[in-house]
Design a binder for this molecule. Structure first.
Ligand SMILES: [Zn+2]
Length: 226
């Protein structure tokens, strides 16, 4: 029952614009200005995009559209404290399966942020010993990010699904609890350069795993760059 044989031209045009707005590469996703040139989207439209992806059998839209749904769940009236979220998502026209994907995916994204942060700390702490010896204060500051108070007093607010595809490095620059480090955040250019490079790689990996994050398999979804 392929819709591809019956989709009118106007739908094809809309689909090709949606594919530009909900792309398959991180580079395209980051280019918000170009994406917005194709579609004027409101937060609620991400749900519509998921429905359209299902209706038109266009799975490549799903990972970034579901991610956009996650980003926008807070700005629409999906509340965790009344009816089960899954039930509410059905009101936005998602199937039971996609509602579950969204809820589970949001948890996975949050875990992903924490994992990325831990990985950054671990990698920085395992740099060669002579480097660490001359950057002892930097190592302490990087580890200090795991102290709940250093991250602008809002560790749990920051380490949520919203940050899953964002660069995390600036968090180290903006550590605020001076009691943890006795000083300001990380300012060392050499360590920041290393952390930014490592973080960019892990951000690429997070993007490449976006389909699995939502329990999806999408042919031709790009794998992480080497
Ligand atoms: Zn340093």
């Amino acid at each position: 029952m392929g819709h591809k044989y019956s989709i009118p031209k106007v739908m094809n045009d809309a689909l090709s614009r949606l594919k530009k707005y909900y792309p398959t590469t991180l580079t395209a996703w980051d280019d918000v200005t170009t994406r917005e040139g194709y579609v004027t989207a409101q937060p609620i439209d991400a749900f519509e995009a998921v429905r359209l992806a299902r209706l038109t059998e266009t799975p490549s839209l799903l990972p970034s559209a579901l991610f956009a749904c996650c980003e926008n769940m807070c700005s629409i009236s999906v509340k965790d404290d009344c009816a089960p979220p899954e039930h509410q998502l059905l009101l936005y026209g998602l199937s039971v399966q996609d509602s579950r994907r969204l809820i589970k995916g949001r948890e996975n994204l949050t875990l992903g942020v924490v994992e990325r942060l831990l990985k950054l700390v671990a990698k920085h702490s395992s740099l060669p010993s002579d480097y660490r010896a001359s950057h002892r204060a930097c190592v302490e500051k990087v580890i200090a990010i795991l102290n709940l108070r250093t991250l602008d007093g809002s560790f749990f607010k920051k380490t949520r699904h919203h940050a899953a595809l964002q660069p995390l490095c600036e968090w180290f620059v903006n550590l605020t609890d001076t009691a943890a480090t006795g000083r300001q955040g990380l300012q060392c250019e050499s360590c920041l350069k290393y952390l930014r490079r490592t973080d960019e790689k892990s951000r690429g990996e997070a993007w490449s795993h976006l389909p699995e994050t939502f329990d999806l398999h999408v042919n031709d979804w790009p794998s992480a760059p080497e």
